[in-house]
Design a protein around this ligand. Structure first.
Ligand code: ZN
Length: 145
């Protein structure tokens, strides 16, 4: 019922244009028959009514036609977006996989143990020294800056 409204509005715009043109022609002809045929003034007016009336209904339909075109394009874009979403959802893993806990990464980032624990520092000999020690307690080597 309400599908392709944009297209229906465009058809309506065309119908209104033709109705406007037909009404303008009928009005112009009626004026011509009502007035004396010899009068050039009334025939000019009837032609003017036909031309201006037709033009007015034609130009007036631009707005309606444009509106219909706009709706049609918007509907197209919406349909395309929905299609894209469906495609991207199909590519995603199953929802159950998202509910399960993520696996813990096997390889932890490797950090060089320059100091360990509470400010301990490791000597080149491998001994752990307290932070206030300026020299290694095993080999008395100076603490690296
Ligand atoms: Zn040492």
């Amino acid at each position: 019922m309400h599908t392709n409204i944009g297209g229906k509005i465009k058809v309506l715009a065309k119908v209104i244009t033709w109705l406007g043109i037909i009404i303008s022609v009928i009005m112009g002809l009626n004026l011509n028959t009502a007035a004396p045929i010899s009068s050039s003034g009334s025939s000019f007016i009837s032609v003017a009514i036909i031309v201006v009336g037709s033009l007015a209904s034609w130009i007036g339909s631009f707005l309606l036609y444009g509106f219909g075109e706009l709706i049609e394009k918007t509907t197209e874009v919406a349909r395309y977006t929905a299609m894209q979403q469906q495609l991207s959802q199909a590519r995603q893993p199953l929802p159950i996989a998202q509910l399960l806990p993520r696996p813990v990464p096997v390889s932890q980032p490797v950090t060089k143990p320059v100091s360990n624990g509470e400010g301990l520092w490791e000597c080149s000999c491998g001994t752990m020294n307290p932070p206030h020690f300026t020299n290694c307690r095993a080999c008395s080597k100076l603490k690296k800056a």
